[in-house]
Write a protein that binds this ligand. Structure first.
Ligand code: SME
Length: 152
């Protein structure tokens, strides 16, 4: 996956002029999820209180409704503000298993134009070590363009 991929171009066209965060999250969850068969669950957890994430738009099976910053891969991303690439979820202390089939995970911070953390993007795969640094960089640049108005 590269920052100027067909996925990035499709998302730029679909989200042009839209500033409703839920509409943007719903569109990105759909486009990202259907872009790659490594992705078995794709969705957003929104920051709804200082240390609490709550589920937002997603694609795939059931997703846990609430995640405190103190728990899970999503919590680790929200606490640190850093991308989390987990090759083996069973080896990640405190991983929250919403689906027993998940083997690896990628979680990225979502920031607004002021740089505030508004959500995390969580992608699960049923394959071990499914995600690369290049995936994280390409998806992060899409998130920064759509939610923070970063040039691209
Ligand atoms: N596995 C995540 C929780 C959300 S589900 O994957 C949809 C975590 O550990 O934070």
């Amino acid at each position: 996956m590269t920052p100027d991929s067909p996925l990035a171009e499709r998302i730029a066209a679909l989200t042009a002029g839209e500033d409703d965060v839920i509409a943007l999250m719903a569109t990105l969850a759909c486009e990202i999820h259907h872009d790659d068969d490594r992705f078995d669950w794709t969705g957003f957890y929104r920051v709804v209180a200082p240390d609490l994430l709550k589920i937002g738009p997603y694609q795939g099976g059931h997703g846990c409704l609430q995640i405190p910053f103190s728990r899970g891969v999503c919590g680790a991303c929200a606490r640190s503000g850093e991308a989390q690439i987990v090759d083996d979820v069973d080896a990640f202390p405190g991983h929250i298993a919403c689906a027993v089939t998940t083997r690896s995970e990628l979680v990225l911070p979502v920031r607004d134009a002021a740089g505030a953390l508004i959500a995390v993007l969580d992608i699960d795969s049923d394959r071990p070590a499914a995600f690369t640094g290049a995936d994280a960089d390409a998806l992060q640049s899409i998130l920064d363009r759509v939610f923070a108005g970063a040039p691209g």
